[in-house]
Write a protein that binds this ligand. Sequence first.
Ligand code: HEC
Ligand code: HEC
Length: 267
Amino acid sequence: MQRLWSWNNAWFRWSVASLVVLLVGSMLVGFVWLPSVHSDFTAKSLWDSICRAAGVPTTWSDANTPEKRPQSTSVVLERSMTRVSENDQVGRGATLALNCTMCHGAQGMSTSNAPNLAGQYPEVVIKQLQDYKGGKRSNAVMEQLASSLSNQDIEDLAAYYAYLPKARTAPTTYDEQLPALVRVGDPLRNIAPCISCHGGVDQKIGTPWIEGMPKDYLIAQLEAFKSGVRRNDAQSQMRNMVRAMTRDEIAELASFYAGKAGAGEHK
Ligand code: HEC
Ligand code: HEC
């Protein structure tokens, strides 16, 4: 009589084979398929999905991806940053801003490819300057300049730029012709509509005013988020979206927002 626990027993071979198939199948479902259909799924690789399914903290699985190595930002955005105080901050900011006009323009409107600062939300200017200062956003000139600014200087500069007329652009509204990605995004690729965070309608705290910015600047920033060279966006909000976007889409969006320059005298 054949022994039950033997490879010669067809039943034994079959049961081992079906066990293996079941195991592999359920691992694929549990580790790859299910995590990948989660709406907030952001993993970039199979390994990330496996770590995520197993409940490994993202900081562990991401530790080796170079784009995540430095902490993305250490600035905590607070509502109080959005208020420009009524004292003489604006005046002090204006004096400090004399060092910035060469690139950002006399009235905060750049004539080169530097970003416009006129009318930029104060918490954005504070956050970005703190990020340059702390080496979280890299740019040789800005890191150098920001390193010599005190926290008070930064707040004064933010107050001054917030006080200047908003980049002479109109806010983006739903009543105009909008590129699809601006209006509805692309849920299948996890791209949220730009208008839901940027601009005059629904501005989320910390989200920059981008209407009327130089086109080359917008392209450079989107490309930098895409490649991970710029990684100071909290929770990778921008990186996660732009990663899925094509060069053509980036160019279209940059043209759209840059094209709003002079579209309306908005204060
Ligand atoms: C030599 C040119 C130059 C000077 C001078 C300069 N900047 Fe900049 N600034 C730039 C460029 C270029 C960028 C975009 C860099 C990047 O890609 O990160 C920038 C970025 C910024 C940003 C980020 C804006 C955004 O929308 O993200 C802020 C804020 C800023 N600068 C403030 C200042 C302040 C305040 C001063 C003066 C103390 C100053 N800059 C002086 C060239 C300059
Ligand atoms: C979930 C909210 C959100 C959505 C949606 C969003 N953004 Fe952003 N975006 C941000 C935040 C927050 C920042 C600032 C990141 C930081 O702190 O440096 C930012 C920064 C940017 C910048 C850099 C601006 C500067 O001056 O530094 C550009 C350009 C930009 N977004 C374009 C877009 C476009 C185009 C879309 C639509 C495809 C979009 N964003 C959708 C939140 C969002």
